[in-house]
Design a protein around this ligand. Structure first.
Ligand code: HEC
Length: 130
């Protein structure tokens, strides 16, 4: 049974979808949540904890080329197929809801039912853009 599971994982690895990333995940980094600073403020450009490209002067979103680079680096923060083993999800999650560590940016997801948390989880599980 375990062998069969392991084999099926090998045969069908979860692939992270770029279009879903660009249309559903990336906007989450730009959105202001009540009481919190936007992810992009601390995680883009020259910031110490940056994993996103700096937004071009005056732009409200990344160019497609920048999104591709963001996609590559955000991928290193997730474990495909396993949202709760993905730092991108667990780090900003409330500890009482399964989060695990201190995060300078706060517990922006108060529960795993948070719609944005759900979107990130769907992406990590392999959701494709419609
Ligand atoms: C006020 C600044 C700030 C904001 C806003 C912020 N973060 Fe962070 N974040 C940090 C800093 C600083 C670190 C590194 C030290 C730490 O873990 O606190 C970090 C660490 C992380 C890490 C771990 C990165 C790694 O390499 O292991 C992830 C993932 C993360 N943040 C995601 C987010 C997400 C998603 C948001 C928005 C929902 C967000 N952060 C908002 C400051 C911020």
């Amino acid at each position: 049974m375990i062998l069969v599971l392991a084999l099926s994982l090998l045969v069908q690895p979860v692939e992270l979808d770029f279009d879903f990333y660009r249309t559903e995940v990336e906007p989450i980094f730009l959105e202001k949540r009540e009481g919190y600073t936007r992810c992009v403020v601390c995680h883009a450009g020259d910031e110490r904890a940056a994993f996103l490209e700096g937004l071009p002067e005056g732009a409200e979103a990344w160019s497609e080329e920048q999104s591709r680079r963001n996609f590559e680096s955000v991928m290193s923060l997730v474990t495909p197929g396993d949202p709760l083993a993905s730092r991108l999800l667990v780090h900003p999650l409330e500890p009482a809801a399964g989060g695990n560590e201190f995060h300078t940016g706060g517990r922006q997801f108060s529960s795993q039912d948070d719609p944005q948390f759900q979107t990130l989880a769907a992406w990590v599980r392999g959701a494709k853009a419609r």
